[in-house]
Write a protein that binds this ligand. Structure first.
Ligand code: UD1
Length: 356
């Protein structure tokens, strides 16, 4: 049986782990490695509990640092694990520092690499996620692309080998863990939310929330929205709000309901029942698309180009260059956009002739 090492470390990676682990069940010897990038209960353990994930075989304990420092520390620690375990292939997902560290450590040990969510691109070459995904894709042997645009991006960079259109693992998660009507109602009740009568807001990207001008501007915009806004606050955002003495200001807005970061089951219930969504998250854009909810993106661009073309996502920029939100609309997405991915990914990896 092939030995596979899966490297995870950040919230979106824990979320996507469940259907991937299930797809390999009984067909591979899986070594699960948690880098420690996200460590708060609400950023890590909650997902292992909710999704019934097994405990990692290795927890590297590498928490908050600079991007370069964190990637370097993870690289050293993963190198040790790979030398000891000698996996036949390494699997990484997404575009975090844990992704890049996993990719570099596998390449330095001449271990083939599979990248889930390959081919996504932004224009800004210094965006940390862009650095992580470009370098990872150029080291990967099996590139699992969620969309045709991702495939085209890889080809335009000269990558032709190992490319596969697998679909998006997130949709496996939504189908598997969407709470039923009763549970959804309970979740809304916990936060005092009324179905169809609130906006779901998240903001966590470094280039946004580390900038006090963005936070001030966001608060001004929120103050002009009349209906309730549900805002679970990411630790990075909370830190920046506090450092800029804006935490009291945002929580004192009469229409805002804040909370700690929430689990995926809560997030699914809350996005399904929202009037609309304001976010800078990649994952929430796709949840929103699944539920047909209009999304205003706090960025100038999206890697999920199909969502913008289908009209469901509108980029309003870091300067939040519009305030006349229109939550109604019908959206046209490609017919196979919500394709299930995990089984396809497992098949590709298990049938691959590549092995260390
Ligand atoms: C990381 C990913 C980003 C992803 C996001 C999902 C990179 C470069 N960025 O961003 O692509 O969308 O995760 O959430 O990998 N912190 C805590 N507790 C935690 C985790 C973080 O307090 O459990 C604080 C720390 O102060 C840390 C800061 O949040 O410095 C940022 O965390 P970090 O993992 O560096 O980046 P994210 O902004 O979470």
């Amino acid at each position: 049986m092939i030995k596979l090492a899966i490297v995870v470390g950040a919230r979106p990676q824990f979320i996507k782990l469940s259907p991937v682990l299930e797809a390999f069940s009984g067909q591979a010897d899986l070594i699960l490695i948690h880098t420690g990038q996200h460590y708060d209960f609400e950023m890590s353990d909650i997902f292992f509990n909710q999704l019934g994930l097994r405990s990692p075989d290795y927890h590297l304990g590498i928490g908050a640092m600079t991007n370069a420092g964190q990637t370097g520390a993870m690289l050293t620690a993963l190198d040790k694990v790979f030398r000891k375990e000698k996996p036949g292939m390494v699997i990484v997902t997404g575009d975090t520092n844990s992704t890049l560290a996993g990719a570099l450590a596998s390449a330095q040990n001449r271990i083939p690499l599979a990248h889930i969510e390959a081919g996504l691109r932004a224009r800004d070459k210094f965006l940390p996620e862009q650095i992580n995904r470009v370098l990872t894709d150029h080291l990967a042997d099996i590139l699992c692309c969620p969309t045709q645009v991702a495939i085209d991006n890889l080809k335009s960079e000269g990558i032709y080998e190992g490319i596969n259109l697998t679909g998006d693992v997130l949709y496996d998660i939504i189908r598997k863990f969407m709470p039923d009507e009763k549970k959804s109602q309970e979740i809304l009740a916990i936060f005092g939310l009324k179905r169809g009568y609130y906006i779901y807001l998240t903001a966590h990207r470094a280039e946004n929330v580390d900038d006090p001008r963005f936070l001030r501007h966001l608060i001004d915009v929120l103050a002009n929205i009349e209906i309730p806004i549900f805002f679970p606050i990411h630790p990075r955002t909370l830190k920046s709000l506090s450092a800029n003495k804006l935490d009291d200001k945002i929580t004192s807005l009469p229409n805002i309901i804040t909370s700690k970061p929430i689990g995926i089951i809560e997030s699914l219930a809350i996005s399904q029942s929202a009037l609309g969504i304001i976010t800078d998250s990649g994952g929430l854009q796709r949840e929103a698309a699944y539920f047909g909810k209009k999304t205003y993106l706090l960025r100038d661009e999206t890697e999920w180009v199909e969502l913008e073309q289908g009209g469901i996502v509108e980029c309003i920029g870091r300067d939040i260059n519009r305030t006349d939100f229109n939550w109604a609309g019908r959206f046209a997405l490609p017919i196979d956009y919500f394709k299930s991915a995990s089984k396809e990914i497992a098949k590709l990896i298990l049938e691959s002739p590549l092995k260390a």
